[in-house]
Design a protein around this ligand. Structure first.
Ligand SMILES: Nc1ncnc2c1ncn2[C@@H]1O[C@H](COP(=O)(O)OP(=O)(O)OP(=O)(O)O)[C@@H](O)[C@H]1O
Length: 438
């Protein structure tokens, strides 16, 4: 329609049309400049809304900790502050869009006034008839209306584009470690031997801090290897690398002699490695669904069997709704020991060849620890096991105990060998005993 109007304007008066064509690009240029400023503001507004939502999400997700420290007021103030900031940016954005639309209307009306003025001059010079000027004004009204609609649409487009840009930014993100693709080892020929070979590693967020330094360790098939050592020494990092939450900066991790980077990650995490950590996270669904999370196609009988292996069947059947008991958000309605046993059942249901226990009992009291330890002892039989432990009493039966310090293993042997050696391990034992007696 715009093109048609411009053709008719040109036929009526090439001079007036020429004037319009000179003025319009200047206006479009100014509009584009204001537009890019508004787009930046809109993006800022989106980010601020996300930040405010993050604060609310964190406070609600950790509501017990917030209550325990009587921090409701502080969290409320923090959220109100972020919401106020978001409100302010959105108000500025609204004002910006309003000014943009107002200015574009003024500019368009100035064009009409300018046309009347220039047309009047042309009439006085007998270059244009009054009828042609009227026709020109009517035709240019159509162009003006179209431009006014575009300016309104532009305001909506600015918001839409920046929201869309954030969505597409996330949609376009590629995981640094691809989730699928790569080889699999047939279940009957998988032995579960793991070799960490010359591993060096720094977390991407702290590239200057080397957590592991030429770290070497072998987990022999069906044996239990424990890693102990000072806090922050890199023990959990070893487990994270085996799970491929990160890839080592240098060195190779082998599973049955194959570099794990060449293996299918879904298969590795879903079927080969069972991971149980200190603070198991459950979903707000039933116990049955939580255990089945480890193997979605498992039958009810398989779920119950896994729960029995994890010492969880008795307490689950003690609930009025049994396996259909809903555990609440993150499992808040279960005790620490019960949650841990559901998590063990969830890991066992996939019958993993390798089990990683990252301080699985350190958050429990003595009685819960006994029941959970019993379940773990049963669960570890016939599997390659990596235990990361704080309490040395729980790993004395391990086939190999490795003491970590400064990102590498400094001592290795059985409990008795290490105690008789009188090195770092016996120091750790002495210190823990002294702490226990205090
Ligand atoms: N996601 C992360 N990003 C950056 N640095 C991290 C991250 N996780 C751990 N670290 C750092 O890496 C080092 C090793 O941490 P790691 O959790 O492996 O130690 P740990 O031996 O398991 O400690 P603990 O016994 O206290 O659990 C620490 O200095 C820690 O601050």
């Amino acid at each position: 329609m715009m093109v048609g109007c411009f053709v008719s304007l040109y036929v009526i008066s090439p001079k007036l049309t020429g004037l319009t064509v000179v003025v319009l690009p200047c206006l479009v240029g100014a509009g584009a400049l204001i537009g890019s400023f508004l787009r930046r503001l809109s993006r800022l507004a989106q980010e601020q809304v996300a930040k405010a939502t993050g604060v609310a999400d964190e406070a609600l997700g950790n509501v017990r900790t917030v209550k325990a420290f009587a921090m409701e007021e502080r969290e409320l103030r923090l959220y109100a502050h972020e919401v106020d900031k978001s409100c302010e940016i959105n108000e500025n954005l609204g004002a910006g869009i309003a000014i943009f639309q107002g200015l574009s209307n003024i500019a368009l009306n100035c064009i009409v006034l300018g046309t009347i003025f220039a047309g009047g001059t042309l009439i006085s010079n007998n270059e244009l008839s009054p009828g042609d000027l009227m026709s020109f004004l009517v035709a240019s009204q159509t162009v003006q209306r179209s431009l006014a609609s575009i300016s309104i649409l532009f305001g909506q487009m600015v918001r839409g584009l920046s929201s869309g840009a954030r969505v597409f930014e996330y949609l376009g993100l590629e995981p640094t470690i691809p989730l699928s693709g790569g080889g699999r080892i047939p279940y009957h020929s998988l032995t579960g031997r793991v070799d960490f070979m010359n591993i060096s590693f720094s977390y991407p967020t702290r590239p200057g801090h080397q957590v592991l330094k030429r770290f070497n360790l072998t987990l022999p098939p069906c044996k239990t290897v424990a890693i102990v050592g000072e806090s922050g020494g890199g023990k959990s990092t070893v487990a994270s690398l085996l799970e491929r939450f990160y890839d080592p900066t240098s060195g190779v991790i082998m599973l049955d002699g194959l570099d794990i980077r060449t293996l299918d990650l879904c298969w590795l995490r879903g079927q080969v490695i069972g991971f149980i950590n200190q603070e198991p996270v459950l979903f707000g669904s039933s116990i049955m669904e939580n255990i089945r999370f480890g193997k979605p196609e498992a039958t009810d009988a398989e779920v119950i069997n896994a729960a029995k292996q994890a010492n969880a069947h008795r307490f689950i059947t003690g609930f009025p709704d049994g396996y259909n008991t809903v555990v609440g958000e993150r499992g808040v309605t279960l005790s620490g020991g019960q949650k841990q046993r559901v998590a063990i059942a969830r890991a066992l249901i996939k019958n993993p060849s390798i089990l990683v226990l990252d301080e699985a009992t350190s958050a429990l009291d003595a009685e819960s620890e006994r029941v959970v330890q019993e379940a773990l002892d049963r669960a570890t039989r016939g599997r390659t096991v990596l235990i990361i432990a704080h309490r040395l009493s729980t790993i004395q039966g391990a086939d190999l105990i490795c003491v970590m310090s400064n990102g590498r293993i400094v001592e290795a042997g059985t409990h008795l060998e290490l105690v008789s050696k009188g090195g770092l391990y016996s120091d750790l034992i002495r210190r823990q005993r002294a702490e226990g007696q205090r």
